[in-house]
Ligand binder design. Structure first.
Ligand code: GRF
Length: 204
């Protein structure tokens, strides 16, 4: 029988979503384990979180490579070395090389802090998203977990969770509410994808 789905989490910052994935994956019966954490910079606090759980980490920066080919090969080599099945982007602020997307087609998840297809696309990240939601007069927002393809925030939606936008909310208020929902949603989306992969493999 195959073991758990081996997951690499890509981060650039604080990694609260990484933490929720680590915590959830420790529950009995969870079909995936966090096997590797890759950061786009060496100062990301998420690296600390990984180390505390003895999860192997790597820092791969575009600026250390002459070509994008060498950069994507370095990422692919690290993923292969850790026998990774699935990638979860969790606040990763760099573009994923096309080679990685092709190789992990339908096996890369991202979490976006709004209800896609609204409020997504290039430049829609962080507080800008919540500001735009409030400016548009939306009464609901919430995270979207989706598959990653070559277009920003475009791949198939796996799961969403709704939270209210309350009168007088600042972008910071809304971010906090959405982030709490992210921490519940992302592990569930990972569980669903991992179970799907495992059951597809059984049918082969
Ligand atoms: C989250 O808001 C997520 O939706 C977005 O990046 C942020 C990452 O936060 N993609 P954290 O590093 O997981 O705390």
């Amino acid at each position: 029988m195959r073991g758990k789905i081996r997951v690499a989490v890509f981060i650039s910052g604080g990694g609260t979503n990484l933490q929720s994935l680590i915590d959830s994956s420790q529950a009995e019966g969870f079909p995936a384990e966090i096997a590797f954490v890759l950061s786009s910079n060496e100062d990301a606090y998420g690296l600390e979180r990984a180390r505390k759980h003895s999860i192997p980490t790597g820092v791969i920066r575009r600026k250390d490579f002459e070509s994008s080919d060498e950069f994507s090969n370095a990422i692919m080599d690290a993923l292969e070395a850790h026998r990774i099945d699935v990638i979860c982007l969790a606040g990763y602020m760099k573009l994923i090389p096309a080679k990685v997307i092709r190789h992990f087609r339908d096996r890369i998840l991202n979490i976006h802090p709004a209800l896609l297809p609204k409020f997504g696309g290039k430049g829609m990240y962080g507080m800008r998203v919540h500001g735009a939601v409030i400016a548009a007069g939306e009464t609901e927002s919430g995270p979207t977990a989706h598959l990653v393809d070559e277009i920003y925030d475009h791949g198939d939606i796996v799961m969403q969770m709704r939270v209210p936008v309350l009168p007088g909310d600042t972008p910071e208020d809304l971010q906090k509410r959405v982030l709490e929902a992210e921490h519940k949603l992302y592990p569930e989306a990972l569980r669903a994808l991992a179970e799907k992969i495992i059951s597809e493999e059984k049918r082969k």
